[in-house]
Design a protein around this ligand. Structure first.
Ligand code: FAD
Length: 471
């Protein structure tokens, strides 16, 4: 009799507690993925759907090599799991826990249903380094500020001797089980197929994730503290979509970085800075677990009556990268072309939308949700609320990023802007972030590259006035 491993946001074989538990049970293993529909879970955006398609194919290939297969189904897991369990007579179900309200509601209902039918349901911790709520503030309760959060958690993090690499063999359940073809999920975009830039930029799947980590440990980590804010430097890990789809365990990433630090191959400062960034991911998820509406409601309720503007023209200039501010436009085009954007530029573009254009952060959050390959239920709304000043431990609303000086400071050689805004490639460095100051002969043709859609000083004043009114 088989045990079922239900794969979700953990599309890997290594360091996979649910799979390990099933394999060590000695019973034949049935690997299942359900494309969730008809639940309250937030539907995936377009870029995530593209990634999921490749990642599922990759996991299936890896299982094939071991003599198995990934069974694919679509619909409501509360219907599908009991059906599959009954059809094969499964005695147990293993999965790794998730922490969004809609996801854990599904899991709770399902667990109760299956247990009633005599199926043992076991959930495992794999998504985070720390279980939400396990470590609380001194007065009891969740942390709302990052620094004390990380100060309380970091000492409990150590290289893990018990991490398990991928199982060498898996005894698969061999009886045929109905599986839907991956193509029928319709995850790859057609009419038009806009995914060429994504395919050039990424290798979804466990092997790609592992290669990315190795490359980062080799060239990136030791420069991380100094260069992580420079988009052209390539010093950040680019692991976020791999973590989002669980193609690599966050515990493995932390483990390898701590090992590099212990061995002396990486400066302590670089490793600590990197671990703290992974800590922000933890913090965002811990916050989502106590504030499930993070993507739809201001964390600070004082912002409920803020005078956001409706401006479809400005919104479209922002989404397409035609605001007239080179660093903003480079970021928005990087996002559209590659499905990602450097963290520093995420902050600059988000600030520009929310403050210079006074457009609601939710619209920006939704655009990112649809276009990011790492679109994450917690980190994305958390990042937006942080920038907007509406979140927990957020940047204060009155801190308005200056898109000109930010560009000059973090892209001084212009490598990033020139790559994504080729219309400006001819400008000398000193004018690259302020093309409107170029002499007429050098100035880009306004039909090709527009002048700023809002003057920086005016935009800033308008944002501050709106903020003062709210108070
Ligand atoms: P690295 O610098 O190498 O960091 C390592 C890992 O730590 C990342 O892969 C990521 O998992 C985590 N991490 C790093 N910084 C943050 C952060 N500020 N918040 C949460 N986790 C972090 N990250 C997402 O994974 N998904 C999102 O949907 C997302 N949306 C964002 C929206 C906005 C407006 C902002 C300002 C930030 C957002 N981030 C999001 C956080 C951050 O920009 C990305 O995690 C980072 O750019 C990914 O690149 P990297 O893997 O090279 O990061």
């Amino acid at each position: 009799v088989p045990v079922i491993v239900w794969f979700r946001d953990d599309l890997r074989l290594a360091d996979h507690p649910a799979l390990d538990a099933a394999v060590t049970s000695g019973q034949p293993v049935l690997c299942l993925f359900v494309l969730e529909e008809d639940t309250e879970r937030r539907p995936l955006g377009g870029a995530s759907r593209w990634w999921l398609d490749k990642s599922l194919a990759s996991l299936d290939r890896d299982l094939n090599r071991l003599g198995g297969q990934l069974i694919l189904r679509r619909g409501d897991p509360r219907r599908i799991l009991p059906e599959v369990a009954a059809s094969v007579g499964a005695t147990a179900l293993h999965f790794n826990r998730r922490y969004d309200q809609a996801g854990s509601d599904v899991d709770d209902t399902l667990t109760a249903m299956l247990r009633q039918r005599g199926v043992a349901v076991v959930s495992h911790a794999a998504w985070l380094l720390f279980e939400p709520g396990a470590i609380q503030t001194k007065t009891g309760g969740p942390f709302r500020v990052f620094t004390p959060f990380w100060r309380a958690h970091r000492p409990h993090l150590a290289p893990k001797a018990q991490l398990r690499r991928r199982p060498e063999t898996i005894a698969f359940f061999k009886t045929a089980v109905a599986s839907e073809p991956l193509a029928s999920f319709d995850l790859h975009p057609t009419r038009p197929d806009w995914s060429a830039g994504l395919a050039e930029s990424w290798t979804p799947g466990e092997a790609g994730a592992k290669a990315r980590l190795v490359a980062f440990l080799d060239d990136g980590l030791s420069r991380y503290a100094a260069e992580r804010d420079v988009p052209a430097a390539g010093a950040s890990s680019r692991l976020s979509p791999h973590l989002r789809f669980g193609e690599i365990a966050v515990a493995r990433v932390a483990h390898e970085v701590m090992k590099a630090q212990d061995s002396g191959s990486t400066p302590v400062e670089a490793a600590e800075k990197f671990l703290a960034e992974v800590g922000w991911r933890e913090f965002a998820w811990h916050l989502l677990s106590v504030f499930p509406d993070l993507a739809t409601r201001n964390f600070q309720t004082g912002f409920e009556r803020f005078a956001w503007q409706e401006d479809a023209v400005a919104l479209s200039a922002w989404t397409t990268g035609h605001t007239g501010y080179p660093i903003v436009d480079a970021g928005m085009r990087e996002l559209w072309q590659t499905g990602s954007m450097h963290n520093r530029v995420r902050m600059i573009t988000a600030s520009f939308l929310v403050k210079h254009l006074l457009i609601h952060w939710r619209l920006g959050e939704q655009w990112f949700w649809d276009t990011l390959v790492d679109a994450d239920l917690a980190s994305n709304p958390f990042g937006w609320q942080w920038v907007a000043g509406t979140g927990a431990d957020a940047a204060p609303y009155f801190r308005v990023f200056n898109p000109i000086t930010q560009g000059e400071k973090f892209d001084p050689g212009g490598g990033y802007v020139r790559r994504f805004v080729p219309e400006l490639a001819q400008l000398p460095d000193r004018l690259l972030h302020r093309p409107w100051e170029a002499p007429p002969l050098l100035r880009p043709d306004p039909l090709l590259y527009p002048p700023p859609i809002v003057d920086h000083d005016e935009g800033r004043k308008r944002a501050l006035a709106a903020f003062a009114e709210r108070r």
